[in-house]
Design a protein around this ligand. Structure first.
Ligand code: ADP
Ligand code: MG
Ligand code: ZN
Length: 595
């Protein structure tokens, strides 16, 4: 059966710049201010919080993109408190839900949750309360599989809705809806049913991780209508990023790094496997650090014990798999070290996001080796990567092997590899591109390894290669992903990493577009490269050049003189801000690569 692609276009409204939502003249403003202070103990609102609350309380569907630790929970907990009725919150992990409910109860906000693992009598009691006319709960948390599998819950929601008591539906960690994201959960895809059943109930979708394609996918899957999007910069100025080649001496390097920069401070070391966690922790203990390991196969009591020790600073280094972190709220994490390659840039960004929540300077160090890439790739193809042992009941492992999901995961991994292998461009810029954000690398101020390298660069006119890549996309019928195009291109003229930089640049500068493709037959997603005719035309007819910067030490020997052309009149120099041209002390910032 032929694969019929369908391009999805989503309508949404940018809310971030609309002054309307910042107004203090909403009927609920006074109540909002008072409860934010009195119940939640906050002095003020953080960026976008007031705006999001006003938009959702006005009855709109709202999509929120806010970095981890930005304060997303308040944007539904506060409305839940002051609106009549009950707010339904879908959250992926039971451990996350328990953590939230504990905090809510401490603040005297009645909240509860329903999960399949609960005793039936306990569930019955909650359902009875939900049925009563004077239901005390303001928030009801459920896991997505509960929505997918429990008719009882759906009927309960219908009953609440009929009594006009269903105030709002919140989808937390909404990126889990998308197969295109790094943390796909099949049960999230079924959540579209909520908008179908309750078209008049406002939906609030929240995530710290959404690339442009994930965003479209989420809005589409949830069936959000005229949804208002709030987003803020994902740049974290207090985090310092670097990638270091991983050698056999990696553990010595880590020990030395911590002793020299963060001795006795708090940090997380992310490891690929459970065995790695244990090995790394043991080694660091031998070196005199207070380290422990944390992963899915340690028993719950031990897990709780480690978390408690960690929060009380009795241990300061946790060696963990990605299972550790969601909902972990320690403000003074001074370093996040990746002992192995993360599986996607989004995942990496989120894991790093656990450092420096207090705004103080913190380090993010990634140890990269090509052999780890092979290892992770193998794990992905076996469907054993990305385990999250706290999520019972979801069938991710069954889908992990299926063709398109595998393709997506591999694509995400390849992007992570090219991030690591890129030793030229600003790390922040490389990350932020994934959130559809433009970033001027001058603002990095040498807080990443690439920006702080004192290296000489040469500019190289890569127009010829750029043209070839665009033509290749055309020639192959505009139906392949960027990794496939690179695969085809490889070995013809250039090292793959160089072609990969050029290709990425073409996407960022809109010569090529990456579009989400959805199969009608299977409902799965992938992304394909398309040619943006109008822009690409200028390139093809030679009206526009593409110039990239390369480290001179490596490339000068390979290049003949004619390859090295000045950037005058080129695309890149055309984009320069004049002030940066005048900063001779920062030659590496002369070009904004936007890669
Ligand atoms: P997110 O879900 O975006 O990762 P959380 O909602 O868990 O973030 O909030 C992170 C931390 O910020 C929490 O400890 C929360 O109490 C705190 N916080 C949220 N909003 C405010 C505010 N307006 N003022 C002070 N602290 C806040
Ligand atoms: Mg959250
Ligand atoms: Zn930088």
């Amino acid at each position: 059966e032929p694969f019929i692609p369908k391009i999805i276009k989503v309508n949404y409204i940018e809310g971030s710049n609309d002054q309307k939502w910042s107004s203090w003249d909403f009927p609920w403003t006074k109540k909002l201010e008072a409860n934010n202070k009195k119940v939640f103990g906050n002095h003020s609102f953080r960026p976008n919080q007031r705006e999001i609350i006003n938009a959702t309380m006005s009855g709109h569907d709202v999509f929120v993109l806010m970095p981890t630790g930005g304060g997303k929970s308040l944007t539904y907990q506060l409305p839940a408190l002051i609106c009549p009725g009950i707010t339904l919150v879908i959250s992926p992990l039971v451990s996350l839900i328990q953590d939230q409910i504990m905090h809510l109860l401490q603040a005297n906000i009645p909240a509860t949750f329903l999960s399949g693992n609960m005793e039936w009598t306990e569930q019955q009691e909650i359902l009875r309360e939900l049925n009563s006319d004077y239901c005390k709960y303001k928030l009801l948390y459920v896991t997505p599989e509960k929505v997918a599998k429990s008719d009882v819950l759906l009927r309960q929601l219908e009953s609440l809705n009929a009594r006009e008591l269903l105030a709002r539906i919140v989808i937390d960690e909404a990126h889990c809806v998308s197969q295109w994201g790094h943390d796909f959960r099949p049960d999230y895809q079924g959540l579209g049913i909520l908008k179908q059943k309750f078209p008049n109930t406002p939906v609030l979708a929240l995530t710290a991780t959404a690339t442009a394609s994930v965003k479209e996918d989420v809005v589409q899957a949830l069936g959000l209508v005229n949804c208002i999007i709030f987003r803020q910069s994902f740049n974290r100025p207090n985090l310092w990023f670097s990638v270091i080649p991983k050698t056999k001496k990696c553990l010595d390097d880590i020990d030395k790094f911590i002793k020299e920069n963060h001795f006795d401070e708090c940090g997380i070391i992310y490891c690929l496997s459970r065995m790695d966690c244990e090995k790394v922790a043991e080694r660091l203990q031998e070196c005199g650090h207070k380290a422990a390991f944390y992963h899915g196969s340690i028993d719950p009591a031990q897990r709780a014990f480690v978390q408690k020790q960690w929060s009380k600073d009795e241990i300061n280094i946790i060696c963990a798999t990605v299972a550790f972190g969601m909902g972990i709220n320690k403000p003074d994490v001074r370093f996040v070290i990746h002992h192995s390659l993360p599986k996607s840039i989004e995942g990496y960004h989120q894991e790093c996001g656990r450092a420096g929540r207090d705004g103080q300077r913190s380090s993010c160090v990634l140890y990269y080796s090509y052999s780890d890439f092979i290892r992770v790739k193998h794990m992905i193809s076996q469907g054993v990567a990305e385990q999250s042992p706290f999520t019972p009941g979801h069938n991710r492992f069954n889908v992990a092997n299926s063709g398109r999901v595998l393709e997506t995961n591999t694509e995400n991994l390849l992007r992570m590899v090219s991030y690591c292998e890129n030793d030229v461009d600003c790390r922040r810029l490389l990350q932020l591109v994934h959130f559809g954000e433009k970033f001027d690398s001058a603002h990095c101020k040498k807080t990443c390894d690439n920006c702080s390298k004192i290296k000489s660069f040469i500019e190289k006119d890569v127009t010829d290669t750029a043209k070839k890549l665009v033509e290749l996309v055309k020639l192959t019928g505009q139906q392949f992903s960027s990794s496939h195009i690179l695969e085809v291109f490889r070995g013809k003229h250039l090292a793959k990493s160089e072609a990969s930089r050029i290709l990425r640049h073409l996407v960022i500068e809109d010569f090529l577009m990456e579009e989400v493709k959805k199969s009608d037959v299977y409902g799965s997603v992938s992304s394909v490269l398309k040619v943006n005719q109008s822009k690409a035309h200028n390139l093809i007819i030679g009206r526009q050049n593409v110039v990239l910067r390369f480290p001179s030490a490596i490339n000068s020997t390979k290049l003949s003189k004619s390859d090295v052309t000045p950037a005058k009149g080129s695309l890149m120099s055309g984009k320069l801000s004049p002030s940066r041209n005048d900063t001779p002390s920062q030659p590496q910032n002369e070009l904004d690569l936007n890669l």
